[in-house]
Ligand binder design. Structure first.
Ligand code: AHN
Ligand code: ZN
Length: 328
């Protein structure tokens, strides 16, 4: 068939699907073809966040931690991913030792062309930024700072299982990101930065594979009023990935949540991936320019609960990632 007529026909069919379907994420013209990007369902990501939080705070050594690890493994397995648990021993800033695990879920592990999407799944043991000092030793519910990234990744895995993409994806849930030096400990002498991100430090020195085009870290991707500025280490180590993701956000219609602005420099799980595993990895992390704390009002407080998650934020991040995956 004549190529021009074929293209017009494809476009017409795609337009019809878009207008009749109503549930699709939106069309994307790549120059050759019109690709229909499937829709990210924020309600199902939200349901996963509620499930995770219902176990209780997922702090190292707790029953909630073990229960949630099982839930995460089962959720990715049910969606057709190959799942494994990477067990590790972690030593906290205070010398306390815990057994824990990174959880690895591979979608189509045989595909060579693949990307890494990751987040942390543990809860901070101490709400040391809570407005009430009486809560500074209580664990954080971690709806945003823990469950949100996992919820978005599980929903992406569901979409992959129903709409075959041309690339493979590995999802990695890092443990022990958030047991770093609490603000109330004034006796610690040493390198504070290395007390954070213990699971990703372990994974970066024992990666299950490293042949990824790039990595994307999700951290606190469900907060009300969140905007995602370009984090500094992401630009330093993986600027082309920043450009790709911010362009995908624009194509998906979310440029207002992904402004072309510089954020802070954040010590997070993407640093070991860039510096140790040599995988160019960016951090999608909120920056609240007008709030007292740049991570937002619920950060490391007891208010980091599902009620303070906005499904619209989850949607913007999830749809941006699908835009990237299905137009890659
Ligand atoms: C520090 O504030 C040192 N790191 C931020 C990383 C983080 C904590 N992400 C979530 N909780
Ligand atoms: Zn945290």
């Amino acid at each position: 068939m004549n190529k021009i007529i074929y293209t017009i026909l494809c476009s017409a069919v795609a337009c019809c699907l878009a207008s009749c379907g109503g549930k699709k994420g939106g069309g994307e013209t790549t120059g050759k073809d019109t690709v229909q990007v499937p829709a990210f369902n924020a309600d199902s990501a939200m349901a996963s966040i509620e499930t995770q939080c219902a176990f209780g705070p997922r702090t190292l050594g707790s029953k909630a931690h073990e229960d949630c690890a099982q839930y995460i493994e089962e959720a990715f397995t049910a969606l057709g991913c190959e799942v494994s648990r990477q067990e590790a021993d972690f030593t906290l800033y205070n010398g306390q030792r815990f057994h824990g695990c990174n959880i690895i879920a591979s979608y189509k592990p045989d595909l060579e062309e693949r990307i890494l999407i990751c987040t942390h799944w543990d809860s901070r043991p101490w709400a040391d930024n809570d407005p009430d000092p009486a809560n500074h030793h209580s664990p954080v519910p971690a709806a945003n700072d823990g469950a949100s990234g996992v919820g978005v990744m599980i929903e992406i895995a569901r979409v992959l299982s129903q709409n075959t993409p041309s690339i493979g994806v590995d999802f990695v849930c890092f443990d022990a990101e958030d047991a770093g030096l609490p603000e109330w400990d004034t006796t610690f002498r040493g390198d504070e930065q290395s007390t954070w991100c213990l699971g990703s430090q372990y994974w970066a020195t024992h990666p299950h594979r490293t042949d990824f085009r790039f990595g994307i870290l999700l951290d606190m991707v469900g907060g009300k009023g969140a905007t995602f500025y370009k984090e500094l280490f992401s630009q330093r180590y993986a600027d082309s990935v920043v450009t790709l993701v911010w362009a995908a956000a624009k194509s998906a219609g979310y440029s207002s949540l992904f402004p072309d602005e510089n954020g802070g420099a954040i010590t997070d799980d993407h640093l070991p991936l860039n510096l140790i595993a040599d995988i160019p990895t960016i951090d999608i992390i909120p920056y609240y320019p007008t709030q007292e704390h740049s991570f937002g009002p619920t950060w490391h407080t007891l208010s980091d609960n599902p009620q303070n998650i906005d499904p619209n934020t989850l949607k913007a991040v999830g749809q941006t990632l699908l835009q990237l995956i299905y137009t890659y």
